[in-house]
Design a protein around this ligand. Structure first.
Ligand code: PMP
Length: 376
């Protein structure tokens, strides 16, 4: 039995991605900076992927910058924009539920003298655009807000917030970590009103170690790395052509099926919640109107890690809170009001359109057995 329900941590690369990577490592292995034919071919492969990813964000190829993943995209966006625009404006506004690659970057800027205001959800567990707007002022350089929270699937009001803020403070740079929304929710960079968008390959059936930072035309970013000035000097270092081509191939496959996959996963999620509602003590931590791809639940006070390994012994792979936090107690769940025993027993189940109803039923049955068998 092998039931993989940890797709928010990483997804299995699709065949198209694997073969694009293999071909760029075996046949088309040139350095895109080389002036000869091999370089040009590598460049063309990369251009093709760049165009696919640009189209998927409603952007132009010139707005797409390849990085080593969303961690780097987030660092580049936040550090790069703060360095470019933050000489006089020293305030940054963010949500309190950002991924560590955003939150820790903000902490590091705090140490450099920036003031960071982290907006929490209200008592109802929801974010309100007014709260972000009222924290912004003429001193604010950057507003960063993830689109879909990776632990609960909660969808933040990015569109409303960014447009309200841009209307009142057009100079504030807006950045969204769209890792868990990309290829799952339909969105375009312009509709989001985002100047900067981070996405990652391995969450969308592409490979690990490749990401993109979308930079709106006219927005300035100072690079973190100095070197050979690849990616127009924004990200020096020989481009990871195999992973770039693979990322492009994965996006090409997924982008025409966002609506269908959303519907299929919504159905799986409904089945999951209805199966779980039959089990004593299981509670839902994710909002009903969140991303259907992620369901966070608390399993009757049984410690997450113990339950996770029990489920593993039954062939089911889930995550405790966020896989990125490597078992550390998540502060993000607390922000959403999930605390104490509920947080200690939180599990994250994350699906893809390939997940089957049988797999969901099997998981629910295994969880029920675990709750009966395991001590608290
Ligand atoms: N942001 C979010 C919301 C994520 O879920 C992740 C992956 N856990 C990242 C950023 C980091 O992405 P990467 O693994 O590509 O560095």
């Amino acid at each position: 039995m092998f039931i993989y329900l940890d797709n928010a941590a990483t997804t299995k690369p699709c065949e198209a991605a694997v073969s694009a990577a293999v071909s760029a490592m075996t046949e088309n292995f040139g350095n895109p900076s080389s002036l000869h034919r091999c370089g040009l071919d590598a460049q063309l492969g990369m251009d093709r992927a760049r165009k696919i990813i640009a189209d998927s964000l409603g952007a132009n190829s010139e707005n797409i910058f390849f990085t080593s993943g969303a961690t780097e995209s987030n660092n580049l966006a936040i550090r790069g924009a703060s360095a470019a625009y933050g000489k006089k404006r020293r305030k940054i506004v963010a949500s309190s539920v950002e991924h560590a690659s955003v939150d820790e970057t903000l902490s590091s800027l705090e140490n450099q003298g920036f003031e960071v205001i982290r907006i929490s959800p209200r008592a109802d567990g929801r974010f309100y655009s007014e709260d972000f707007l009222s924290a912004c002022d003429e001193q604010t350089v950057l507003l960063t807000m993830m689109y879909v929270n990776n632990e609960t699937g909660y969808i933040l009001p990015v569109k409303e917030t960014f447009s309200a803020v841009k209307r009142n403070f057009p100079d504030i740079i807006t950045h969204s970590d769209c890792v868990q929304a990309y290829m799952k929710l339909k969105f375009k960079s312009s509709a989001l009103n985002a100047d900067l968008i981070s996405v990652s390959g391995h969450k969308v059936h592409g490979p690990k170690g490749i990401g993109v930072l979308y930079i709106k035309k006219g927005v300035r970013i100072l690079p973190i790395l100095t070197g050979g000035k690849q990616e127009k000097g924004i990200r020096s270092g020989t481009e990871n052509v195999p992973m770039i081509c693979a990322f492009g191939a994965a996006v090409e496959l997924l982008q025409s099926t966002i609506t269908e996959r959303f519907a299929a996963v919504s159905e799986l999620r409904s089945l999951l919640m209805s199966e779980l509602s039959e089990i004593d003590g299981v509670t839902a931590n994710s909002p009903e109107d969140g991303s259907p791809y992620i369901a966070n639940i608390s399993a009757a006070g049984k410690r997450s890690e113990i339950m996770l390994h029990y489920l593993e012994s039954r062939g089911v792979y889930v995550s405790s809170g966020s896989a990125c936090s490597k078992g550390q107690q998540s502060g993000v769940l607390g922000e959403f009001g999930i605390k104490g025993k509920s947080a200690d027993s939180a599990l994250r189940i994350s699906m893809t359109a390939e997940t089957t109803k049988e797999e969901i039923r099997y998981f629910a049955a295994a969880l029920k057995d675990g709750i009966e068998k395991l001590r608290g």
